[in-house]
Ligand binder design. Structure first.
Ligand SMILES: NC(=O)c1ccc[n+]([C@@H]2O[C@H](COP(=O)([O-])OP(=O)(O)OC[C@H]3O[C@@H](n4cnc5c(N)ncnc54)[C@H](OP(=O)(O)O)[C@@H]3O)[C@@H](O)[C@H]2O)c1
Length: 333
């Protein structure tokens, strides 16, 4: 099969389209013919080796973290899927490789694709949808009437998180640039801060939750908009000791993460807010719930561009500009 392979960590040139054998199926795996794959900033970070300590992949590695496609074959212990099913998934972080024609995915990580979406739209959902779900539903336990600030509302995570927070009944503030104000308003944002003109930390007060996906400076300023007891959730770091424990890292890594997050945890404590780092995980169960919200019209994915499979490198470069509005997808079949 055709796949985009990285044989050594490094720049974009290290990724090449090549021929590799079809994946082997484990008993609880489903073999999927991939129709479309979502592109995320994570793909470039993995390619560049930024995650090699946390996620020690064996090279050569096929990139790509999410997909929509059709089940071709199932392992002997698979119960919920059969050949012909249309599915979507964020694959397990240890078994990535969706910039390819086929992949074997554990049944646990898979869900039936929302019926109202095309393959390209469905492929754009899993990673950002699960991130938003795990931040707002699982970690923040966001409730009706609460106030949440979602940074970078026009990005992949932001466009999904705004809609999910509105569905949960929250008041949503977001940061974006002038060009994207209309987009985030259409998605339901109640308070829109143009970060080119205004400082969010001088406008927003008494928020219950902040979802940060930006830099350390934004994270620090975000503490000021929270009320005591509020929750600061960051998906762009720094990782904290609780995260190290959650993914079973060694004591040394735990200490490194304690050190990396020391300043923000200290600041958060001083303001009586709770800081946590989230690294999203695969979940077929949560994708089923997200699929229901999509099929009932509560949430719709926002696609910026669809690239042909051969142009996967260009798709990644486009995401790397940091200017995508919603998601970028490659069409594989
Ligand atoms: N830990 C996890 O589990 C996890 C999961 C998903 C993503 N992430 C990380 O979260 C980050 C965001 O991911 P993403 O997929 O949403 O990225 P993305 O789609 O590439 O984000 C692009 C968007 O960010 C906006 N943006 C850039 N700078 C901004 C600023 N200073 N203020 C407000 N908006 C700004 C841009 O809007 P303008 O053009 O208007 O500036 C653009 O629409 C990445 O670092 C990614 O790796 C982590």
């Amino acid at each position: 099969m055709k796949a985009f392979i990285v044989d050594r960590y490094g720049s974009a040139d290290r990724m090449q389209l090549g021929e590799v054998p079809q994946p082997q199926l484990r008993d609880d795996d489903v073999l999927i013919e991939i129709h479309a794959a979502g592109v995320n900033p994570l793909d470039s970070k993995i390619r560049d080796g930024e995650f090699k300590l946390l996620l020690p992949y064996r090279l050569p590695l096929i990139l790509g973290n999410e997909l929509a496609g059709v089940v071709v074959r199932v392992g002997s212990r698979v119960q919920r899927f059969k050949p012909g099913d249309e599915v979507y998934a964020r694959v397990d972080k240890k078994r990535i490789g969706t910039f390819a024609q086929f992949i074997a995915v554990s049944e646990e990580d898979l869900a039936i694709k929302p019926k109202s979406l095309t393959m390209e739209e469905a492929a754009s959902v899993p990673l950002v949808g699960l991130t938003a779900w795990q931040a707002l539903v699982e970690t923040a336990k966001l409730k009706k009437g609460q106030k949440v600030l979602i940074h970078a509302g026009s990005g992949g995570v932001g466009t999904f998180a705004i809609q999910l927070a509105k569905y949960l009944g929250a008041t949503v503030a977001t940061t974006t640039s002038t060009a994207n104000i209309e987009l985030v308003k259409r998605l339901g944002a109640d308070v829109v801060i143009d970060y080119k003109k205004n400082a969010f930390e001088e406008i927003l007060r008494d928020y219950d939750v902040v979802l940060n996906s930006l830099d350390a400076e934004t994270l620090k300023k975000s503490v000021r908009v929270l009320k005591p007891g509020g929750k600061l959730i960051s998906i762009s770091g720094p990782p904290d000791p609780a995260f190290a424990r959650q993914i079973g890292l060694s004591r040394i890594f735990g200490l490194v993460m304690r050190f990396l997050s020391f300043r923000i945890r200290k600041l958060a404590k001083r303001h009586q807010v709770d800081y946590s780092f989230l690294f999203m995980r695969a979940s077929g169960d949560q994708l089923r719930q997200i699929g229901l919200l999509i099929d009932t019209g509560a949430i719709r994915p926002i696609l910026d561009r669809v690239f042909p499979f051969e142009s996967t490198k260009e798709a990644m470069s486009y995401v790397e500009t940091g200017r995508a509005k919603g998601k970028v997808v490659v069409k594989i079949r």
